[in-house]
Design a protein around this ligand. Structure first.
Ligand code: F6R
Length: 606
């Protein structure tokens, strides 16, 4: 998703702007640009595609301003061309924008009727013209921005610089994240603390409705009503994080291989291993007085929630209503005050999840979130947070965050069962012991890279792939299909194995690989029958199981042996082959594994 940076520096800032933009690359983007003010003049450079194109542009034609803004764009309005890349500008002002201006068409036609000519298809350009018009009317930049903000509807973060102002930057936040950073005679602005980490660890997060006037000497923050406000200074932990690929070819590979360690850390945060007991921090609700939980999340995080539905309902006899956040937020869901709403998000910034959270707050729910990025908007808007300790996840396709989310949810479900009297102490010990073995089993799977490499050669030839699973592993089949789609661009669908005969079986012929998640659990025999049905129609089976010999006799593309584990932890274990299949197939096909086309890491627009 778009990323914003801004620097009021002592030296020319375009190099630092590029460095900060590189740290926002993980959010996904399709073009980039910077603008600076040099001796009162606005100058900008933009380029389509990757940041090295912008870097080349700047090296051919440098910008020397000591004050500047930068942007990575993920197209929403208008194609990802250089002309549509940010910053956008008029003769008076240059602006970068993350988010969507919902009333831009109306604003644009008003401006066009007044004779303003537009040079891009973006919603952002209206902002530059609105501010310019206010300045033409004689207002200083701060008043001009304030008036323009009053006309904008939607969710956005903005940063402005102005002609003839060598020591002024103005920024605003309405829905999209924005942090200001404090340096020594320098000031910074960024979509997140990771962007600012090379320059400062002292930051403040702007709140919704805030806008800020910054100079090198300091800043003044105002809220939506124009009242002066202060936002607390924080020491960001992001500065300590070195984000590199280690010995791996891609961030995704590194993150897949970090799972034994990160899942171990996350479990250790909620488990007393010495006594095999779950230990949650104090929570602002009692499981025993709940009659249901609602869960909202998007994409992979939603699948983690779907696994948790099986766990909560079985272990704690607690009904779970779960929905993708983009549907939930518009469904007008009736909720009884005092309920528990759970939100799951790696980035903590997903716009749909955040909107669903705010809806639940208005309905009087207690808000608990499972987030990976600390200090994120979802964490800050929650009554309690259960962190996943996955470390920074840079590959766009979520891997280690997913298994860490499952780890937290597994602990939460056990705690719920104990608190509600539906789970005995012996079973708690049994389940906790099973969880404690997960990192070891994960390591064993990760040693087997060659199996997946060989499979990738066959899968890469397919144009469609079916994934099947049952029960708690049905969401794992959905996750496997999502992983393959997003990084290899091969069409894939996940189905509950029992649904096969109700439609998708019509698709099966000898060109169709069918990946089956089949741990030897209570559903195993049923899953085997579904495998036979698919195989009888020519489907080429990829059988993932601890009883792989049971698929003998089918036309197998591969039978992959997985460790025999407790049925409770199978989703954590079988998530890894899903990731490895997708990863090796994408590498074989030569796609951009860490930044697949059209996708963004942090989806801050709805
Ligand atoms: C898929 C993927 C996405 C995210 C989704 C939610 O690999 O990464 O489906 O899971 O966009 O993002 P977060 O977890 O940041 O809310």
């Amino acid at each position: 998703m778009c990323g914003i940076v801004g620097i009021l520096g002592k030296e020319p800032v375009s190099g630092q702007l590029l460095e900060a933009l590189k740290r926002l690359e993980y959010r996904g983007y399709d073009s980039a640009g910077v603008a600076t003010v040099e001796n009162g003049e606005l100058g900008r450079r933009r380029a389509e595609g990757k940041l090295h194109n912008l870097e080349a542009r700047l090296s051919d034609d440098p910008l020397m301003g000591r004050l500047g803004i930068g942007h990575t764009r993920w197209a929403t309005h208008g194609a990802p061309t250089e002309a549509n890349a940010h910053p956008h500008m008029t003769t008076r002002v240059s602006v970068v924008h993350n988010g969507i201006i919902e009333n831009f068409k109306q604003l644009r036609s008003e401006l066009e009727s007044a004779g303003v000519e537009f040079s891009t298809d973006t919603d952002t350009e209206v902002i530059a013209h609105l501010v310019s018009r206010e300045m033409d009317a004689g207002h200083d930049p701060a008043v001009a921005v304030q008036h323009a903000l009053g006309q904008l509807e939607g969710a956005f973060a903005l940063a402005f610089i102005f002609k003839d102002h060598d020591n002024l930057m103005i920024a605003a936040r309405q829905g999209s994240p924005l942090a200001v950073g404090y340096g020594d005679g320098e000031m910074y602005l960024g979509s997140d603390a990771i962007a600012l980490a090379p320059f400062t660890d002292t930051i403040s997060y702007l709140e919704d409705g805030d806008w800020v006037v910054m100079t090198r000497e300091g800043l003044a923050i105002r809220d939506r009503q124009g009242a002066a406000v202060e936002r607390p200074l924080q020491k960001s932990v992001a500065s300590a994080l070195m984000v590199d690929k280690g010995n791996h070819r891609h961030f995704m590979a590194k993150e897949i291989h970090e799972q034994p360690e990160m899942v171990g850390h996350t479990l250790a945060n909620f488990i007393d291993f010495a006594n095999s007991r779950v230990q949650l921090p104090d929570m602002p609700f009692e499981f025993s007085s709940l009659d249901r939980i609602s869960i909202s999340a998007c994409g992979t995080a939603y699948f983690a929630g779907l696994v948790a539905k099986y766990w909560f309902e079985k272990l704690a006899r607690l009904p779970v209503e779960i929905d993708v956040a983009s549907e939930f937020r518009y469904r007008d869901v009736p909720m009884e005050a005092g309920g528990l709403s759970l939100f799951i998000s790696q980035s903590g910034e997903t716009a749909d999840t955040l909107a669903a959270l705010r809806y639940c707050r208005e309905q009087g729910q207690t808000i608990v979130s499972i987030v990976n990025v600390r200090e994120s908007s979802i964490e800050r808007d929650s009554d309690a947070v259960l962190p996943t300790l996955a470390g920074p996840e840079i590959g766009v396709a979520s891997t280690k965050a997913f298994t860490c989310q499952l780890s937290v949810l597994a602990c939460l479900a056990i705690a719920a069962g104990r608190a509600r009297g539906t789970l005995s102490e012996e079973t708690e010990i049994e389940l906790v012991d099973a969880l404690s073995e997960v990192p070891r089993h994960m390591s064993a799977i990760l040693r087997d890279g060659r199996t997946y490499d060989a499979l990738a050669h066959s899968l890469a030839k397919a144009s469609d792939v079916l994934y099947l699973g049952r029960g708690v592993n049905y969401p794992i089949a959905l996750e496997g299909a999502l992983k393959l789609k997003e990084i290899s661009y091969i069409h894939a669908e996940g189905y509950a194995a029992g649904e096969l005969k109700h439609g998708p079986i019509a698709l099966i012929d000898e060109t169709m690989p069918v990946v089956v998640v089949a741990p030897r659990d209570a559903m195993f025999e049923k899953t085997l029958s579904n495998v036979q049905e698919a195989a009888a129609r020519g489907g080429r089976i990829v059988f993932l199981s601890d009883a792989e010999e049971k698929a003998a006799g089918c036309d197998l593309m591969a039978a992959i042996k997985l460790p025999a584990v407790h049925s409770f932890t199978t989703p954590l274990i079988y998530a890894l082959p899903m990731q490895l299949i997708a990863y090796h197939t994408a590498v074989f096909l030569g796609t951009d594994v860490d930044q697949p086309r059209n996708l963004a890491k942090s989806v801050t627009v709805e």
